[in-house]
Design a protein around this ligand. Structure first.
Ligand SMILES: Nc1nc2c(c(=O)[nH]1)N[C@H]1C(S)=C(S)[C@@H](COP(=O)(O)OP(=O)(O)OC[C@H]3O[C@@H](n4cnc5c(=O)[nH]c(N)nc54)[C@H](O)[C@@H]3O)O[C@H]1N2
Ligand SMILES: Nc1nc2c(c(=O)[nH]1)N[C@H]1C(S)=C(S)[C@@H](COP(=O)(O)OP(=O)(O)OC[C@H]3O[C@@H](n4cnc5c(=O)[nH]c(N)nc54)[C@H](O)[C@@H]3O)O[C@H]1N2
Ligand SMILES: [Mo]
Length: 779
């Protein structure tokens, strides 16, 4: 681990950024930077959970809500997609600080009502930070911004539906509208939503997954025939080696640490591959156990490879090379021959591709020394059951797909798939992002799904592929989107090229957002705009047919029920299901045989439809009521069967050119702090990294700062350079931080202005959010 001298740094000044709409930070605070922490969770995590809870909900509600989180019969945490343990393994408080913040944020007692909107014009709201918008409370009734209006005004659901249907029906083509989904939407709502959109006549169904794990899906589908992870929780705990590359679980999947701790207690070796020394990968103090709260905790990572941004392709290629070399020297000693022969294709070509590698180029690309890579290869050869976990640190690069395929190649060599304690483990982001995809939220759903959908409901779904998130941004740039509909999320901030996206949204005839809380996407409006307030995971959904539960699918393919129990923020909030059914009834009443009204308040009926359309969902209603729900089949994991053209798992070895870094430039990654959920800013303390007060900071290696002629605490503009075009993020304070050489890190979404809609991962089309080439300019 890099041991770099650091001192406390304070900003000279905290400057106000120019483009207010593109900024989200409260510009007031000065930066306070201390040494990064050496462990995660423990007492501070518990204290912070309760502080956030009590601030938003008061004590009694906090106690009630935290007690139901992730419990059987309770509600699923709306934060990340990490699975819940089996029912008999759950703790009294099966949650983490991040989940507690997400729940407190949703279950807050604060309200945004019609008086609020009468008081604040849209222009005023647009001046506010993302943090401020999120602090105002839950949305309570549908609101409408008229053409030429300055304020949102109350509107009835019927009027809102008529406005939307009027606009949508008036478009020259259904493809002039775009229907985005963020990954919190339940299976039932997602299924109904895609049905409505396809009945309307388009496949324009971009989702947050396009910006998230699309690269994982693309890579693994080609190689093993399925884009989902192949490791269950129990299996992870039995791994001998766990490599965690490009993921910060301490903040973004904190409950994963409990399972890493168990794996560790079972003797696993853990290796972190990361440009940053993330606290959650170093040591974990389990807040669920008394000893974890007060004791020294459990050391997690045995090795930390402080890789250069984007170096993972070269790293895993080199590991493959070393494994193959060892095998050639002593046949049968490393490679699982029986597995390779029975279940894989392309082995000989792969061996040829990795037989020779250029070590100088490898060391340059990875920023690692050969001995470190050899040590990692030895970890692989010493292990008979290896899991590789990854997240955005791998998926959001130009060569993300090839990088993930290189990892799968290495796993295939040793038969590390379809085996206990082994396999590829992409860790998903949003709590139901995987389920939404299973339910048909995809701009290019395969034909058998469309056929099944059409025959269930008696219509012909469109077959032309729709736009993904990147293509949507490009169409916004061309001002060719007329209606933008957001099922959750914050498209205005989560996407690249922020000013371009904003201009494109403002050029729409109508923008609509189904949301729980205010965000930037409500202040960057089309000529007309609607805000439709929905129930969240924690809210009770009482309909004429009784209390409705929803279902979600976690990162490992477990599908289970979630039952909200809190009284909703107002009688005028509707479930996402009811919102979709209401609009569809106005928009596509005559298409097919769908009984929109009958589906609006009866999730069992929706699940019956799903059971006939979506593979592996037979007896959905019964199976999901079993304790813990049910696990979706996964052929490679369960049976070592692969739905690829060859019927085998494919070794695929592409070549990847090195990342060019011109003189005086750095590679910038955009990341999450410990105090945010994507574009939702909970607060200004990135506790584990020791940084608080202001989010407009850039973390840079002190040697690089010195070499480039800057100093810690200095305020600079960050300028990205993509294809000769400068993009500028103004007023960032430099923080000396032990990141890998040539690398820098800053928070998302403040830095999305630096990203280009044309800079994407090859084949998955995911916007590149890691390893942007940047320079600093003194102010
Ligand atoms: N509390 C909280 N939880 C969340 C979220 C949140 O915002 N807040 N977001 C949710 C969502 S949607 C997602 S997708 C996940 C995201 O979870 P993560 O992927 O953990 O999120 P990031 O903050 O993008 O962190 C990327 C990590 O990869 C490392 N990294 C960056 N580039 C490279 C590289 O080139 N190579 C390697 N080896 N490492 C690299 C970074 O240093 C960092 O540790 O979390 C989910 N959970
Ligand atoms: N620079 C950069 N950009 C990135 C990333 C990055 O690492 N760097 N990561 C990308 C990734 S991985 C992702 S997943 C995307 C995330 O992109 P999105 O999913 O679009 O963004 P979120 O910030 O998660 O959306 C938050 C909003 O969702 C609404 N919401 C919350 N709960 C609910 C609910 O239950 N129902 C409904 N209808 N609405 C709800 C709230 O109004 C809230 O303001 O961002 C991507 N953008
Ligand atoms: Mo994500």
């Amino acid at each position: 681990m890099a041991d770099l001298h650091r001192r406390d740094q304070h900003a000279d000044t905290a400057t106000e950024p120019e483009d207010r709409a593109a900024s989200v930070v409260d510009p007031t605070g000065a930066v306070d930077a201390h040494d990064p922490k050496q462990w995660a969770a423990g007492l501070p995590a518990v204290a912070n959970s309760f502080r956030h809870g009590i601030e938003q909900m008061g004590l009694p509600r906090t106690a009630r809500v935290f007690g139901r989180l992730n419990q059987d019969q309770g509600f699923d945490c709306p934060s990340c997609a990490w699975p819940d343990p089996e029912a008999d393994h759950r703790h009294v408080a099966e949650f983490c600080e991040s989940g507690a913040k997400a729940v407190a944020w949703e279950a807050t007692k604060r309200r945004v009502d019609r008086e609020f909107f009468a008081k604040h014009s849209v222009a005023d709201l647009d001046e506010q930070s993302e943090w401020w918008l999120g602090q105002q409370g839950r949305l309570t009734e549908p609101m409408h911004l008229r053409a030429g209006g300055t304020h949102y005004e109350p509107v009835s659901w019927d009027e809102a539906n008529a406005i939307m249907a009027g606009h949508l029906r008036g478009l020259p083509s259904p493809d002039d509208a775009v229907f985005y989904t963020s990954g919190r939407t339940s299976n039932e709502a997602a299924f109904l939503y895609q049905l409505m959109v396809r009945a309307y006549g388009t496949n324009n169904l971009p989702d947050c997954s396009n910006m998230c794990h699309e690269s994982s899906g693309t890579a693994m589908s080609e190689q093993i025939g399925i884009g989902k992870g192949a490791v269950t929780l129990e299996s992870l705990e039995r791994a001998e080696l766990i490599v965690i590359a490009g993921q910060n679980p301490g903040t973004n999947a904190p409950r994963m640490l409990t399972h890493l701790e168990r794996a560790k207690q079972n003797g696993a070796v853990i290796v972190a591959v990361n440009p940053l020394p993330e606290a959650g990968l170093i040591r974990f103090k389990n807040p669920q156990t008394p000893r974890g709260l007060v004791g020294p905790g459990t050391a997690l990572a045995d090795d930390h490879l402080q890789i250069r941004l984007g170096g993972d392709h070269a790293l895993f290629r080199a590991v493959g090379h070393l494994l193959v070399q060892a095998e050639l020297a002593a046949p049968g000693s490393v490679v699982d021959r029986a597995f390779v022969e029975a279940h894989t294709a392309g082995y000989d070509d792969y061996v040829e591709a990795v037989r020779e590698i250029d070590w100088d180029a490898t060391e340059l690309a990875t920023g690692l020394q050969r001995v470190e890579i050899e040590a990692l290869a030895k970890r692989f050869t010493d292990s008979s059951a290896t899991v590789v976990c990854w997240a955005m640190g791998l998926t959001q690069h130009v060569h993300a797909v090839m990088t993930i395929q290189e990892i799968v190649n290495v796993l295939l060599l040793q038969g590390n798939i379809g085996k206990d304690g082994a396999g590829p483990c992409p860790v998903r982001g949003h709590s139901n992002v995987q389920g939404d995809r299973t339910m048909g939220i995809w701009e290019q759903m395969p034909q058998p799904f469309l056929d099944a959908l059409g025959s269930e409901f008696g219509f012909t779904p469109p077959t032309k592929h729709g736009v993904d998130a990147t293509a949507t941004v490009q169409r916004l740039r061309d001002k060719s989107v007329r209606v933008f509909f957001g099922m959750g999320g914050n498209f205005a901030m989560a996407t690249p090229d922020t000013p371009v996206v904003h201009a494109g949204l403002r050029a729409c005839d109508l923008t609509v957002h189904v949301s729980t809380k205010l965000n930037r996407s409500h202040t960057v409006t089309g000529t007309e705009a609607l805000i439709l307030p929905c129930l969240g995971r924690t809210d009770r959904d009482a309909t004429a047919r009784g209390d409705q539960g929803v279902t979600v699918e976690d990162s490992q393919g477990q599908v289970h029920l979630s039952q909200g129990r809190l009284e909703p923020p107002s009688q005028d909030c509707r479930s996402e299901v009811a919102i979709v059914a209401g609009l569809a009834h106005h928009l596509v009443p005559g298409v097919g045989t769908v009984d929109w009204r009958g589906l609006a308040d009866d999730n069992d009926r929706i699940r019956d439809h799903i059971s006939r359309v979506v593979p592996h969902f037979g007896d959905y209603n019964d199976r999901v009521r079993e304790p813990g729900g049910f696990l979706l089949p996964h052929k490679p994991r369960d049976r070592r069967e692969f739905d690829t053209p060859s019927g085998k798992a494919e070794f695929l070895a592409g070549s990847v050119p090195p990342l060019e870094l011109p003189e005086g430039r750095l590679l910038l990654q955009t990341i999450r702090s410990h105090d945010q959920f994507n574009t939702t800013v909970y607060g200004h303390a990135d506790r584990y990294r020791g940084i608080s007060g202001n989010r407009r900071v850039v973390l840079v290696n002190p040697d690089d700062l010195h070499r480039l002629g800057f100093h810690a605490g200095q305020v600079v503009d960050v300028v990205s350079e993509f294809e000769g075009v400068d993009r500028r993020a103004e007023g960032f304070t430099l923080v000396a931080y032990p990141t890998a050489a040539d690398c820098a890190a800053a928070y998302y979404p403040e830095t999305n202005v630096l990203m280009s809609a044309d800079h994407v991962a090859l084949r998955s089309n995911t916007p590149v959010a890691k390893a942007l080439v940047v320079r600093f300019e003194a102010r």
